[in-house]
Design a protein around this ligand. Structure first.
Ligand code: HPA
Length: 280
């Protein structure tokens, strides 16, 4: 398996369009709703019906994820009674690629007709009231990856040079998610997601500092949100809280633990997202 190199920036729009054409050739008309399933949340795919799937390896320019727990498949099928497209797995900047490559599949899917994007991730709790196994609606974010997928020449055909980010997560979708959680009896926190590059988890001193600025911390989602907002799509973000941070040296966080709790919370996550999709 080889990861495709990012084309020179002046060819990037062509690369996105080439990928959009490839997904349309493979799946036909692309549904207007995209779900991106993060670590341990791949079970969403198993509950979908009438599915067609393709490995990222078989889709032009799609970078394959190298992370355990990310299937690396694009799936079109039904969830919540509607046709959607699911990215089961994503590429992260910590895998060592340009941030623009991490958002290429999402940009291609928006070029192919996606208008609503539901992003999900596994995240560590900074907020002391959050427990592993909880869900958090992302109502804002902080980008401490210090990379932005919009750096470089602006792709004017997709969106403006200086996109406004005063509402990074769509207000109507946030309200719909809150209401769906209430109806389904799902406890749903709300808060600010802090994106770091990883792949290291946070030190106790970092946790102490980050507690002042955010509720949950992870290694994804913000680049995709940025590219989607730039391209005019509306975005919802949901974190599955997989671990909490205690300010004590020697308390270990592992990817296995993150995956395990991700699977645990996955039933509520699936019910919430299906409920939201049904009411879009
Ligand atoms: N930190 C960063 N990313 C994560 C964490 C965390 O504690 N848990 C799951 N993804």
């Amino acid at each position: 398996m080889t990861t495709p190199a990012l084309d020179p920036q002046d060819a990037h729009l062509a690369t996105i369009r080439e990928s959009a054409k490839a997904v349309e050739e493979r799946f036909g008309k692309i549904p207007d709703t995209l779900v991106v399933a993060g670590s341990g949340l791949g079970a969403f795919a198993e509950r979908m019906t009438k599915t067609t799937a393709a490995s990222y390896d078989d889709l032009k320019n799609f970078p394959q994820s190298t992370v355990v727990g990310h299937a690396g498949k694009l799936i079109v099928g039904e969830a919540g009674g509607r046709r959607i497209v699911l990215m089961s797995g994503r590429k992260h900047v910590y895998e060592g690629v340009d941030v623009r490559l991490t958002v290429l599949p999402l940009r291609a899917l928006i070029a192919a007709g996606v208008k609503t994007v539901i992003l999900s991730n596994a995240a560590g709790a900074l907020n002391r009231t959050f427990q592993p196994g909880d869900l958090m609606l992302i109502n804002d974010h902080i980008n401490m990856q210090f990379r932005n997928p919009l750096m470089g020449p602006n792709l004017d055909e997709l969106g403006p040079r200086f996109p406004d980010m005063c509402t990074p997560y769509n207000s109507e979708l946030l309200e719909l998610a809150r209401d769906t959680a209430r109806r389904e009896g799902i406890r749903l926190h709300e808060g600010v997601y802090l994106a770091l590059t990883g792949p290291t988890y946070e030190t106790p001193a970092e946790v102490q500092m980050f507690r002042g600025i955010a509720d949950a911390v992870g290694m994804s989602t913000v680049p995709e949100n940025t590219a989607a907002v730039h391209a005019g799509a509306r975005v919802l973000g949901i974190s599955a809280i997989t671990n909490s941070h205690v300010l004590k040296t020697g308390v270990v966080t592992t990817h296995e633990e993150v995956m395990d709790i991700g699977r645990h919370v996955s039933d509520e996550f699936c019910r919430l997202v299906e409920g939201i999709i049904a009411r879009l």
